[in-house]
Write a protein that binds this ligand. Structure first.
Ligand code: ZN
Length: 615
């Protein structure tokens, strides 16, 4: 028996959604939205109404008058601040509650604007407040003169007539439905009593109370000025409530994001709830003290998102940075006035009791860490820097790095310099111009002609002299078509080709090269023909030992750390007391200026057979 009833109910449930015009009953709790509104006040009972709403966690919308007898914002202005703080919606019911159909358009505007200035002041800034015309009147003149959304209602318990809490309650319960706007008047005690009872029952039925503008937003309806709205039943759109903004803190730099469309973020640092009067931020806030940060979003109708709160301890000293280094000392400075620099050289993090750098001066070890401390502030973040084996100071060349020794040596021999003060940029990839500039420095920057042989190397470019020199000495030949591509990242085989030519120019290499060493590498077929002798030479003399033990990656790019390694090896080859390979030709440049780096023109005049001793 029971089973049959269940089956019948199930089939009904399946059929119901498909019957046109019928609404599907029993929405899931939380999907039923309803707005409760109070007109004509504030008045004597508004304070106890706010108490009742606060204890229930229910926001309401107050359509308030200016001076409606003794009621209205003029005499109850202080309640508006409380309404704002407690998340209610401040809305407009005209100054003196006139019959709008009997007044002029300009008088309508004046009626609305006078109340509006109170609302705006309480909110801390202008927003698009909702308007309810006295008596719910609506005509073309009203719509043309009220530059705000016009709100009526869908549930009217006629509370002003009955003055009976039970009747108010029963009338609300009879007509309340999803999307309803309930009309009450907070100038009657019976309305407040009946309304709060109805709230309790509707909440127990799964209704979520929202302000009027929230009701429409969450139903996907964008309120338009001069348009009349009375309810927002579920037509398939159910947007979530606003969520609090996100806050992420990095020292004194705070990033905030709204997490909601169409809201403007306002924040405070004094512990108070943000209002429209609070400063706005478009995502970043800079702080320099220990504060309680509160951030809230506001939409155009003045609806405030939940408030995000975060303790931000931004009262930190500025981290020290290197001012100068040399003669075995390093000088550090923090921009924090009166700060003291403390440091370690054993890799441990410095504390308030670590060694003090007098006037910022300290003797570095291989790994150095420093902080700035100052009275009344937290210690700065740690600054870490390193010394090479030769005493050069870098932030980015740690002793644990594979290139530490090579970079130290390359810098010490002045083969390479940092990219900025105390930065080597080991991962920065080299361009073709950069490599030639390094060779030019090794050569002592000789005077050159001043006419570039390449159409893409301007005579005024920073790399013009190095490239003019290298072309003149047949160390570079460009990429073909009269071009050099100075700003193109250099590949490993191009590095080998240019260094090979330079070694030949210096009489330290022969262009007859034993290429058998290339067979050790699984990717040797990727080497362009023109670069094979150069790559073989580079392997034979220990300039390149492969990126792994079986790969040369000839087409790979060349980070500065790799370049430093090659340069140190190259320097050893160039400055070797004896030629590494007996020159079989005159050390002068070979007669034809063959393109040395281009992948295209292969060096077809027979790479020399491997008679030449490689060692
Ligand atoms: Zn009214």
């Amino acid at each position: 028996m029971k089973k049959k009833i269940l089956a019948l109910l199930l089939s009904l449930a399946l059929v119901l959604p498909f019957i046109g015009g019928l609404t599907v009953p029993a929405e899931a709790a939380g999907n039923k939205l309803i707005a409760i509104t109070f007109d004509d006040g504030p008045g004597n009972y508004t304070g106890s109404l706010l108490d009742g709403l606060a204890s229930r966690g229910v926001p309401a919308t107050f359509f308030m008058c200016g001076a409606n007898g003794s009621y209205g914002v003029k005499n109850y202005n202080s309640l508006l601040t409380r309404m704002v703080a407690e998340g209610h919606q401040l809305a407009n019911h005209s100054w003196g509650h006139p019959t709008f159909s009997k007044i002029s358009g300009s008088e309508m505007q004046s009626q609305i604007n006078q109340v509006g200035s109170y609302l705006t002041r309480a909110m801390g800034g202008s927003y698009n407040y909702l308007v309810r015309i006295p008596g719910g009147e609506n005509n073309a003149t009203i719509r043309a003169n009220v530059a705000h959304p016009i709100i009526t209602w869908s549930v009217d318990p006629v509370d002003w007539k009955y003055h009976n809490a039970d009747t108010v309650y029963n009338n609300i319960m009879k007509n309340a439905a999803d999307g309803s706007i309930i009309l009450l008047h907070d100038i009657y005690q019976t309305s407040v009593q009946g309304g709060l009872r109805a709230i309790d029952t509707l909440k127990s039925q799964g209704y979520e109370f929202v302000t009027v503008s929230e009701l429409f937003r969450r139903r996907g309806i964008a309120l338009q000025n001069g348009t009349v709205y009375s309810s927002a039943p579920n037509r398939g759109t159910n947007l979530p409530a606003y969520s609090a903004p996100s806050i992420s803190v990095n020292g004194g730099n705070v990033s905030v994001s709204a997490n909601n469309n169409g809201v403007t973020l306002h924040y405070t640092t004094d512990g108070t709830t943000p209002t429209l009067a609070s400063p706005t931020t478009n995502g970043t806030i800079s702080l320099n003290s220990k504060v309680t940060l509160k951030v809230a979003g506001f939409d155009p109708f003045g609806t405030r998102t939940p408030v995000a709160t975060q303790q931000v301890d931004a009262n930190v000293a500025e981290a020290p940075s290197i001012v100068s280094a040399g003669n075995g000392t390093v000088t550090l400075r923090s921009s924090t006035v009166g700060s003291v620099i403390r440091y370690t050289t054993d890799g441990s993090n410095p504390t308030g009791s670590s060694a003090i750098a007098q006037n910022g001066v300290m003797t570095p070890g291989k790994t150095n860490k420093a902080i700035a401390t100052a009275a009344g502030k937290n210690p700065s973040p740690v600054t870490t820097f390193y010394s090479t084996e030769y005493g050069d100071i870098f932030y980015d060349v740690p002793p644990t790095a594979w290139y530490y020794t090579f970079v130290g040596s390359a810098v010490n021999k002045k083969l390479m310099v940092g990219t900025q003060d105390f930065l080597f940029s080991p991962a920065m990839e080299m361009t073709r111009a950069m490599l030639v500039t390094i060779l030019y420095s090794m050569e002592g920057k000789p005077a050159t002609g001043n006419v570039s042989p390449f159409s893409d190397v301007k005579n005024t470019a920073w790399y013009a002299s190095p490239i003019i020199w290298a072309a003149d000495k047949n160390i570079v030949g460009g990429i073909g078509d009269g071009k050099f591509a100075p700003n193109t990242l250099i590949t490993r085989q191009q590095v080998a080709a240019i260094m090979f030519k330079y070694a030949i120019y210096k009489g330290k290499a022969s262009d007859r090269v034993d290429q058998s060493s290339l067979s050790r590498y699984s990717d040797q077929k990727q080497i362009s023909d023109y670069a094979r002798p150069a790559m073989a030479w580079a392997v034979n003399v220990g300039l390149m030992s492969g990126v792994t033990s079986t790969t040369l990656q000839p087409q790979g790019t060349c980070p500065r750390a790799q370049c430093a390694t090659m340069m140190v090896n190259f320097d050893r080859v160039i400055n070797a007391p004896e030629p590494t390979a007996p020159p079989t030709q005159s050390p002068s440049p070979s007669p034809e200026a063959e393109p040395d780096e281009s992948a295209e023109p292969a060096n077809t005049d027979a790479p020399a057979p491997s008679e030449a001793p490689a060692e």
